[in-house]
Design a protein around this ligand. Structure first.
Ligand code: NAD
Length: 290
């Protein structure tokens, strides 16, 4: 398949490399990042998109996605599919899908879970919004870049799934960290706390698979000085997107809003920038109620 890949950063680079390795003809464009092995370099996004059957984008945010869509949609052939894998706001995903449809193209919002390890290993999970035909066209590429692709519904449904999942993730991480800090103050051993909660009704991915307490549970960024993993500032980005979506859809999300405010304070006013999002635990340690 002839593929254009726009945005070859930490995630896009290895994703494009995997498509090229699988034998597809991949042309890339990025403002700064180098081309991975097997990917031909185009001088502009539009040049990369010209003649491509699928245009994949992996960009920082919705504003940049909208600008890139303005460039690439006029250059795409009728019937081609624009597949955005970035994490962006639902409104931008829907606006770009409409713009593509008006120009006779298919469009998918297909954000991913799995991080840079999943991008390199081809084990990402794709959550996909858009038409069934476009999904079938791109499915073989999802199968190369990932291990699972769920067609969640119409345009925006992929981004909706992503930000709802990550809102739960942010809220449960805060809850897990504050519970460990409370357990400390109550004199409860952290290992015992893990032993009980990980097999009781307080269990969660943040407790069982990504425990924020060093030396407790399976290996996690807490065991590596809270080097990300999943950085606190990326958690903040996703919590902001979920609150933006809640505002736009008139949904009441008080726990998500509180998690957003806590991560904002942690990243912008405290020392959370550059740390894993589980470093909320040392943040809570030693704090009182005041
Ligand atoms: P990144 O900053 O490493 O890569 C983004 C790339 O886009 C950069 O190379 C940048 O030069 C390029 N770019 C910016 N504007 C451009 C333009 N106008 N035209 C062409 N290229 C342009 O970011 P990343 O970590 O690869 O993340 C990309 C997306 O994936 C984000 O939306 C992020 O939220 C999402 N995501 C990241 C992770 C992760 O663990 N890093 C996990 C899941 C989802």
């Amino acid at each position: 398949m002839k593929i254009a890949f726009i945005g070859l950063g930490n995630m896009g680079g290895p994703m494009a490399a995997n498509l090229a390795k699988a034998g597809h003809e991949v042309t890339g464009f990025d403002l700064a990042a180098p081309m991975p092995e097997g990917v031909a370099k185009a001088d502009t996004a539009a040049a990369a998109a010209n003649g491509a059957e699928v245009v994949v984008t992996m960009l920082p945010n919705g504003q940049i996605l909208r600008a890139v869509a303005d460039d690439v949609i006029p250059a795409m052939s009728a019937g081609a599919v624009l597949c955005d894998c970035s994490t962006v706001d639902v409104d931008s995903a829907r606006a770009v899908a409409e713009q593509a449809a008006n120009a006779g193209m298919g469009a998918l919002d297909a954000p991913v879970s799995g991080g840079v390890g999943g991008a390199a290993g081809g084990t990402l999970t794709f959550m996909v919004g858009g038409g069934a035909d476009a999904f079938e066209t791109v499915k073989p590429l999802f199968d190369i870049m990932g291990q699972k692709a769920v067609h969640c519904g119409d345009a925006g449904a992929g981004q909706a799934a992503k930000i709802c999942n990550n809102m739960i993730l942010g809220v449960t991480m805060v809850a897990t960290c504050e519970a460990f800090a409370l357990a400390d103050k109550l004199g409860l051993d952290r290992g015992k706390m893990f032993d009980v909660v990980s097999t009781s009704s307080g269990y969660s991915w943040t407790m069982n698979a990504y425990c924020p307490a060093p030396g407790v549970g399976p290996q996690s960024p807490a065991d590596n000085g809270y080097t990300p993993g999943f950085a606190a500032e990326l958690m903040l980005k996703d919590l902001r997107l979920s609150q933006q979506a809640a505002e736009s859809a008139d949904a009441d999300t008080p726990m998500g809003e509180l998690a957003r405010a806590l991560y904002e304070q942690f990243v912008e006013n405290e020392d959370g920038l550059g740390k894993d999002f589980s470093a909320m635990l040392p943040r809570f340690e030693g704090r009182g109620r005041g």
